[in-house]
Ligand binder design. Structure first.
Ligand SMILES: [Zn+2]
Length: 260
């Protein structure tokens, strides 16, 4: 309970919603802080259990995958074959208490959103399929009141005014996929902090790379990459870069000599 701090904007000299005299408050505050520092809790995060957000709605879920879910009736659902952890649901509610089982290491109480793709579109709202979206120069503001149905997940999403303005300005097409699907797609291509020993596809120099060279994926070493991206010119520029300072000093010296 020592960990619970609440920021009070309207009250003064309160600890855990209890008012104190000014002197007493500072005395108690000192006591609490020194106790927390002694037990190293001062630098700790708030513990997992008090989070009100379902685990699968947070970014943690994008990085720490879950292998399977065990429903309250003990049926199992595999979500990700590459992961190890298990989630045990307590009820079938939309947001339910659950246990995150980290394979003998720890069991953590979490919250879980059960219905993965629940679709709720208000009755009066007009829907439009992503495939039927008009092109960017034909679209008008009426699109802002419609629910667009994602071409991949069938989940509805809306386009906001600022987004439409930006897309029109940049001449970009309207999005056809739900933003959560787009994030998942992006993350599925993200390297996971591991380095592999690979050879540069151009000069065959050995390098450490984020990506594994397979399925036609090529990796280049830094130098070959720069050459590939910016052409031969960059090589000449990079060769002269270290001498630039020296040239500047020489020009300055010549200038000073001239002054004499
Ligand atoms: Zn190379």
């Amino acid at each position: 309970m020592w960990k619970l701090y609440v920021l009070c904007l309207t009250k003064k000299y309160h600890i855990l919603n209890k008012p104190y005299e000014k002197e007493e408050y500072f005395k108690l505050k000192e006591e609490i802080t020194s106790k927390l520092i002694k037990s190293w809790e001062w630098w700790e995060y708030l513990w997992f259990e008090i989070s009100q957000f379902p685990y699968n709605d947070t970014m943690t879920y994008d990085f720490f995958w879950v292998n399977k879910i065990i429903n309250p009736d003990w049926t199992e659902e595999i979500i990700n074959k590459n992961a190890k952890w298990t989630v045990i649901l307590k009820t079938n509610d939309f947001i339910t208490d659950a246990i995150l089982d980290l394979w003998w290491k720890e069991k953590i109480n979490i919250k879980w959103r059960t219905r993965d793709k629940e679709i709720n579109i208000p009755d009066l709202m007009e829907t439009i399929k992503a495939g039927d979206l008009p092109s960017i120069d034909e679209v008008d503001e009426s699109i802002l009141d419609k629910a667009v149905i994602c071409e991949k997940t069938e989940r509805p999403f809306r386009i906001i005014k600022q987004e439409l303005e930006y897309l029109k300005e940049k001449w970009f097409p309207l999005p056809t996929q739900h933003h959560e699907f787009q994030i998942d797609e992006l993350l599925s291509r993200k390297p996971w902090g591991q380095l592999f020993l690979e050879t540069c596809d151009k000069c065959w120099w050995e390098i450490l790379s984020w990506v594994i060279c397979k399925d036609g994926v090529k990796v280049y070493c830094g130098e070959c990459y720069r050459e590939f991206m910016f052409g031969e010119g960059i090589k000449i520029l990079l060769t002269f870069l270290p001498y630039q300072r020296l040239l500047e000093i020489m020009i300055l010296l010549l200038f000073l000599l001239n002054q004499w």
